[in-house]
Design a protein around this ligand. Structure first.
Ligand code: HPA
Length: 234
């Protein structure tokens, strides 16, 4: 048991999917895992461990934002031995070719800062996805009826943003979408020699102002879970 994860040591699998929303962890475990059981409910941040095609998998909520994700990813890696961590979540589209429901695989993630920022001092560390996961996820996505984009994203600290000038620079430099967690996940994975990837569906669009109706969010979320599981065990 750790401060934030009430599981026993062997309760967490080496492969962990991390949705931001703990109820998404419950939904994914109920719909995609066999023999799933609840392994964490501290602070309502639900985590489940079960099997997918004979492979052990944990699905653990990360909460919103890099400070929250950092707590769970640190404990999963350092205390429970997680080796492959895949964020599954939503993002806001930032390019005209990026449509609602499309899937973005984040090759790298730009930030203003992250919980890890201070240790790098004057360095601007470039967090990047694990290539084997990225490649396998791209292949898994290509077999589905989803638009696929692979490239840079922006891991922001603010959902209610007061700096539109930063978004303008992101758009200008080809950033595909904005979310709030991937950069810290990639940085922790690099520090502890783990594999990490963020698989994101576009739930809203910063440029067009469109947003996905809630019933379509569930379908998109299912695509992401399957892409993440196929990539993890490719
Ligand atoms: N901003 C930040 N995170 C997000 C957004 C957004 O517009 N949409 C989904 N996650």
């Amino acid at each position: 048991m750790t401060i934030h994860i009430g599981a026993e040591k062997g309760d967490i699998a080496e492969t962990v999917l991390m949705p931001g929303d703990p109820y998404r962890a419950k939904w994914a475990a109920e719909n995609f895992l066999q023999d799933a059981r609840l392994v964490n409910e501290v602070r309502g941040m639900l985590g489940y461990t079960g099997n997918w095609n004979g492979h052990r998998v944990t699905i653990q909520g990360s909460g919103m934002g890099m400070p929250s994700l950092s707590i769970y990813a640190n404990e999963l890696i350092r205390d429970f031995g997680a080796k492959t961590l895949i964020r599954i979540g939503s993002c806001g589209g930032m390019q005209p070719q990026v449509k609602l429901r499309d899937v973005i695989l984040a090759m790298t993630a730009t930030t203003v800062g992250s919980p890890s920022h201070s240790i790098f001092k004057e360095l601007n560390f470039a967090p990047s996805a694990d290539w084997s996961l990225l490649q396998a996820a791209a292949q898994a996505a290509e077999t589905r009826d989803v638009g696929l984009h692979v490239g840079g994203i922006y891991s922001s600290d603010t959902f209610y943003d007061e700096r539109p000038d930063l978004n303008e620079q992101m758009v200008r430099h080809g950033i595909l979408g904005v979310e709030m967690e991937a950069a810290e996940l990639y940085t922790l994975a690099a520090r502890y020699q783990c594999r990490a990837l963020a698989v994101l569906t576009v739930s809203d669009h910063l440029v067009t102002g469109e947003a996905l109706p809630s019933e379509q969010r569930e379908r998109s979320f299912g695509d992401m879970v399957e892409i993440a599981l196929e990539a993890a065990f490719a």
